[in-house]
Design a protein around this ligand. Structure first.
Ligand SMILES: *[C@@H]1O[C@H](CO)[C@@H](O)[C@H](O)[C@H]1NC(C)=O
Ligand SMILES: *[C@@H]1O[C@H](CO)[C@@H](O)[C@H](O)[C@H]1NC(C)=O
Ligand SMILES: *[C@@H]1O[C@H](CO)[C@@H](O)[C@H](O)[C@H]1NC(C)=O
Ligand SMILES: *[C@@H]1O[C@H](CO)[C@@H](O)[C@H](O)[C@H]1NC(C)=O
Ligand SMILES: *[C@@H]1O[C@H](CO)[C@@H](O)[C@H](O)[C@H]1NC(C)=O
Ligand SMILES: *[C@@H]1O[C@H](CO)[C@@H](O)[C@H](O)[C@H]1NC(C)=O
Ligand SMILES: *[C@@H]1O[C@H](CO)[C@@H](O)[C@H](O)[C@H]1NC(C)=O
Ligand SMILES: *[C@@H]1O[C@H](CO)[C@@H](O)[C@H](O)[C@H]1NC(C)=O
Length: 816
């Protein structure tokens, strides 16, 4: 008995001892067993056996030594081992083989020649290579894992195709976080025509980053950064993209995750964690060929698709019902030869280049000639945008997948029949008489403006002598004021004049911390938020708001134009939103008819992207904390913009959840954990977002929701309809016939997922954005938090609540 126990302890010790073997090379006499590892010389990467997440299957892979959960490469991704008996050997022929307990080969590499001394080694780059130990021939490996990427692109790894051997290196997603099996998503370079980077789902193109223009991919502008640089190589032997670290002591990786999202992470040594460096932003225009042929996509416009000039929708009916996939057709056919000319477009993502032709040395003038000569050529452009631009790119056939950027983008010369060009010219050119009168009035107006400016300067000299235009910096320094903030400071008298001395006629509404006025300053319409002097917390929130917003720039956030701090006054000056706020529309019986389904969907998408930016992509990472319908403003085109960051708090990258004992927010939008325990996290914003989505779909307020059948609030009502399998019952009648049922159902489901009781169950905003824009299947929602009507408590004496967390009992929201 005792002997047996000793034997057991002995074998345990033996296995413990075994697991500590760490090698720097694999040779025929020195295999790697499950438990052993191989490390790179600089100890960045490690190779060994692992089980992903909660899976029991064993895989051989490579991971970061500092962060072993991040696996960058898997050998046997499709054939897992089901026990700990795996062995990785190198044969005398120089082939790596992974054997299971019955010595069957589960996975193997191959080789082009037989080495004299076969050695496998893990390089500092994370590349597992097989080489001949007899020759030191760097770069000339018999086999390397970098030729067979999985879901991660490491620096110095090539993404592309060897045009001589046909070897294609592409990223492919895992099936799920616990299953490295080949998933449906891939990122690859399509070598047809001018090679371009594509994101695919199965065989379908999901997103086209486009061809390389010398600086970046045409549809995916890369900003220069301090971590890595990018190179694109295209010659007769190979085409590839790669990036290199500027400082090798930093880790950076690009991952295609199981849901098809491309993310770059950088290791922050100080925090011992990965920071998301960039996430591809999603909007409808990124869906491949969303607007069909000969149309441009511009997410800032409504509708977002537009035909090129000289073209008209192929099917007027589909186009008007927002199905743009048919695209546009020429109004006048091309004449060929001398009967055609070109119209120049700027700020574009170049069309799909899969049927294009290029020449690096041809100049733009020759390029035009070549395009004119060939009847099937439809457009041309420069190949490389660096400097003056160089090279020639010609398109043959349909032009698809074109978007308009608000800045950057490229030029495209589109071929049109001369008669069509004349027509466009005529439409643009006013008649001679009109021209003359326009010139006259321009001179007149300029004169008036100059006089006005002089008068204004004189007046300011007289009235506000020595008034500084900049904040005195010492006021802010101890608050950690950011030096790079260049926010205009407005003068109190100027703002008083602009708003007619804060007249009640100009008041737009009352925000959380004071009234908001409309005004006109230097000809620009503005909205001024005047913080109440007695708001108590005003000063602190004010600084927070100014600091936050000044640094945040996003299409779906309201733009801060400046501020004003003088005497007791604190004011914020915003761009004016002519369409006021969302609550103005959705809760109003007549105005809600103006919001058809497409517009509502666009509003929801905008809020989601704005919030994603706040949470993950902005430099600060912000939790809004008071997301509600009246804080969503609408611009001329009914695009949604998030406003009011007075309650926003910046939170550090690894600070997931925070506690506060002053709860500020609005009933009906607060998550249970926040209202009751004062715990806020990004997931509290996700909750508020969910409430907003359900409000937008239903046209009903969550707070104060009434239904004769029950005393549930809107969330409870939506949940009940969902459980009873009649979710469409939630939809606002005012939406009318414009409805797209699949989208509505998806929105309701996403809304319910966001308001789930348990914060961990709620998705984060990047998943929300993805869920809203894809057609993948969604999780089943669980019961929402706060689903009875909170009005039946005494706490709602004022809409805007400020109270201490421990004043509330947890029985508050429990179902009766
Ligand atoms: C597998 O191969 C090893 C070494 O060649 C040998 O010792 C072992 O007995 C083999 N096992 C089986 C099950 O064949
Ligand atoms: C080993 O691999 C072979 C071939 O893949 C398979 O048939 C066999 O069942 C595996 N043995 C075990 C114990 O998994
Ligand atoms: C390596 O394996 C691949 C696929 O299994 C095969 O296409 C290729 O020809 C092999 N190369 C050599 C040199 O054996
Ligand atoms: C990128 O950085 C690497 C390493 O610092 C450098 O060798 C290379 O020349 C750079 N390439 C470009 C295109 O700037
Ligand atoms: C590279 O990064 C390390 C650690 O962050 C730093 O100590 C070192 O100075 C950097 N080297 C260069 C050349 O910037
Ligand atoms: C590209 O253009 C240059 C000069 O315009 C010409 O010499 C060369 O043959 C062209 N290359 C191809 C592939 O047509
Ligand atoms: C026009 O270009 C296409 C595509 O390169 C080519 O197939 C065709 O022969 C050309 N036609 C003429 C008249 O050059
Ligand atoms: C061009 O687009 C039209 C309609 O969008 C389509 O019918 C046609 O097949 C396309 N032609 C090519 C060559 O792709």
């Amino acid at each position: 008995m005792e002997a047996l126990a000793y034997l057991f302890v002995y074998s345990l010790l033996l296995s413990l001892l075994r697991s500590s073997i760490t090698l720097d090379t694999i040779t025929p006499s020195q295999p790697i067993r499950d438990g052993d590892t191989l490390v790179s010389a600089d100890r960045s990467f490690q190779l060994g056996f692992f089980s992903p997440a909660s899976s029991k299957s064993r895989y051989m892979g490579i991971w970061y030594l500092v962060s072993s959960e991040v696996v960058v490469w898997v050998a046997n991704r499709d054939i897992p081992l089901n026990d700990h008996s795996g062995v990785l050997r190198i044969t005398y022929e120089g082939v790596l083989v992974l054997l299971n307990s019955t010595n069957s080969t589960v996975w193997s590499s191959n080789t082009s020649r037989t080495p004299e001394i076969p050695v496998a080694q893990l390089l500092d780059t994370g590349n597992l290579v097989v080489k001949d130990g007899n020759f030191d021939d760097p770069g000339n490996f018999l086999w390397q894992s970098f030729d067979h990427p999985c879901d991660t692109l490491l620096p110095e790894m090539k993404l592309g195709k060897n045009l001589v051997t046909g070897l294609e290196r592409f990223l492919s997603s895992w099936k799920s976080i616990e299953d490295p099996t080949l998933g449906v998503f891939s990122i690859r370079i399509d070598p047809r025509g001018l090679p371009q980077l594509l994101s695919m789902e199965g065989a379908a193109i999901k997103f086209r980053a486009g061809p390389w223009n010398g600086l970046s991919f045409s549809g995916y502008p890369l900003r220069p950064n301090s971590i890595y640089n990018s190179t694109f190589v295209l010659n007769e032997n190979e085409v590839y993209y790669e990036n290199r670290l500027l400082n090798n002591s930093v880790f950076s990786r690009l991952v295609l995750n199981p849901s098809g999202l491309v993310e770059r992470f950088t290791w922050i040594d100080r925090r011992q964690s990965w920071q998301r460096f960039l996430t591809a932003q999603f909007d409808q225009c990124e869906n491949y060929a969303f607007c069909g042929a000969y149309a441009t996509c511009n997410p800032d416009n409504s509708p977002i698709c537009a035909c090129f000039e000289g073209f008209e929708p192929k099917s007027e009916r589909n186009w008007n019902s927002n199905d743009w996939s048919d695209g546009c057709v020429r109004r006048t056919p091309l004449e060929c030869n001398d009967g055609d000319g070109f119209l120049k477009w700027t700020k574009l993502k170049l069309p799909d280049t899969s049927s294009s032709w290029f020449n690096k040395t041809t100049n733009l003038k020759e390029c035009e000639g070549l395009c004119l000569k060939n009847c099937s050529c439809t457009a041309y452009s420069n190949l490389d945008v660096r400097g003056e631009g160089s090279g020639c790119l010609l398109w043959f056939g349909n032009l698809t997948d074109i978007r308009v950027f608000s800045e950057g983008g490229q030029e495209l010369y589109l071929k049109l029949a001369n008669s069509e060009l004349d027509r466009i010219e005529k439409k643009k050119q006013p008649s001679k008489i009109k021209q003359a009168s326009i010139i006259g009035s321009v001179i007149l107006v300029t004169g008036i403006i100059i006089l006005g400016v002089i008068a204004y300067i004189l007046k300011n000299r007289l009235h506000s002598k020595g008034m500084s235009k900049r904040i005195d910096k010492k006021d802010w320094d101890n608050e950690g004021w950011n030096e790079d903030m260049e926010l205009p400071i407005f003068d109190l008298t100027a703002i008083a004049n602009a708003t007619d001395n804060f007249s009640s006629n100009n008041q737009l509404g009352e925000g959380g911390f004071g009234p908001v006025y409309k005004g006109t300053l230097d000809g620009q319409v503005i909205a001024v938020k005047r913080l109440s002097k007695n708001s108590g917390q005003g000063s602190k929130e004010f600084k927070s708001e100014v600091q936050s917003i000044a640094r945040l720039q996003h299409r779906n956030l309201v733009k801060l134009l400046g501020c004003c701090i003088q005497e007791d006054e604190k004011m914020l000056v915003y761009e004016y939103m002519p369409n006021k706020s969302l609550d103005f529309f959705i809760f109003d019986q007549t105005k809600s008819k103006l919001l058809d389904w497409h517009t509502r969907m666009n509003i929801i998408g905008g809020i989601a992207r704005g919030l994603l930016y706040l949470h993950e992509d902005s430099r600060l990472r912000i939790i809004h904390r008071d997301l509600k319908a009246s804080n969503i403003l609408l611009d001329n085109n009914m695009n949604s913009k998030i406003s009011d960051f007075g309650l926003a708090r910046s939170f550090g990258g690894d600070e997931v959840e925070c506690m506060t004992n002053r709860i500020v927010g609005t009933y009906g939008y607060m998550s249970p954990e926040y209202a009751v325990h004062g715990q806020y996290s990004v997931k509290s914003d996700v909750f508020s977002f969910g409430v907003l989505v359900l409000e937008i779909v239903s046209g009903k307020k969550n707070k104060g929701f009434c239904n004769p059948d029950h005393n549930l609030n809107l969330l409870g009502h939506a949940w009940r309809l969902w459980v009873e399998d009649r979710p469409m019952g939630l939809v606002d009648e005012s939406v009318g016939e414009s409805i797209t049922q699949s989208e509505v159902l998806r929105c309701i489901q996403v809304g319910l997922l966001c308001v789930q009781h348990n914060p961990e169950d709620r998705p984060n905003m990047s998943s929300v954005v993805l869920m809203l824009s894809s057609e993948s299947s969604l999780h089943k929602p669980r019961q929402p938090g706060f689903y009875t009507d909170s009005r039946k408590t005494d706490y709602s004496s004022s809409e805007h609540a400020t109270y201490s967390a421990n004043e509330i009992s947890t029985t508050w929201f429990e179902p009766r």
